[in-house]
Design a protein around this ligand. Sequence first.
Ligand code: ADP
Ligand code: MG
Length: 394
Amino acid sequence: MKKTVKDLNWSGKTAVMRCDFNVPLDGDRITDDIRIQAALPTIRYLIENGAAIVLMSHLGRPKGEPKPEFSLAPVANRLSELLGREVKFVASDAVVDDEVRAAAKALKAGDVMLIENVRYRKEEEKNDPGFAKDLSELGDVFVQEAFGTSHRAHASTTGIADYIPAVSGFLIEKELKFLGEAVNNPQRPFAAIMGGAKVKDKIPVITNLLDKVDILIIGGGMAYTFFKAQGYSIGKSLLDEEGLELAADILKKAEAKGVRFMLPVDVVAADEFANDSPHDVYPADSIPDDRMGLDIGPETVKLYGDALRTAKTVVWNGPMGVFEMDTFAAGTKAIAEILAEIDAVTVIGGGDSAAAVAKFGLADKMTHISTGGGASLEFLEGRALPGIEVIEDK
Ligand code: ADP
Ligand code: MG
């Protein structure tokens, strides 16, 4: 178990808290503040418990240089509104300078300040010890609350913990609880649903999960590489040539391990990659040469639904079809609806899967939606995340 903000006495201390305030901007207007809202419980807890708070984050890709369009100034304004108290923004192209240090020193219990985009400095992504030390000297304790960057060893996510003790905020605690429990101590039967575009990217995840799951369900663009590996003709469907051998290997491993490995039995295939393209449902082994599979079919939805209804834990990574186009969204929507209604722990990991669930209005029906696409994938691969490793154990 990792220490959280609840395991410390905050009185008289300053927290240096790494958040994920990488919000979408239209000019200096924040178009979606969900990431800011997500950090509020930890910030409020710290305020209520007598801490002063220095917040830091990255925003976009300024590539190690100050770029005004990536300034965190709009985030400070929005935070002030949401918290109902002033969040002081100390603008500095150097991120940390004497003015920033003086402002941090001057904070009293309950005061909150935000420093400039840590990626204004190239030292951030290099995990430069000098910059990490500069950040650490703004306070007494590092609070890790940015799951989405915890798979990167940067100065503000990892290096800082070489100088001051590290604990997690509530968001990280929740990620570790649900992703961690699901993968390492699941209620069984444990089913994983893997979809999305590329087999190659997800092979390590599938390989790791094969040791843990009872049922592995495949959908989306990666299904066709498995079909091809079994000798089916897949027409113009997505094929990951590099992943072919790996797919064959996985099919063998699943059998050897006694995992119930499920592939689509029918697919929706179209002439073109377009919402208005003519399309039909075909058995998985008879996709016409001039068509491409863009969604799972209704028979597959039924089969997958029956399997999922037996599960007590489900982890879902990757959509079942091209859900961005309404014509090919039915499979993904049906699976999301099944997960919404079953009596199981349901964990969504993966940026596009999370977007799909939100699009269908089912986000609040899931047990947990991971906030970190890349980070949750690496977590599911069984890899240690550097930004999580540095958090002290209880
Ligand atoms: P996640 O972000 O949840 O991990 P991925 O990034 O791996 O998911 O994959 C998502 C993408 O896969 C979506 O943009 C979706 O349109 C695409 N996709 C799903 N099924 C197919 C398919 N049959 N052919 C082509 N692309 C597909
Ligand atoms: Mg994605």
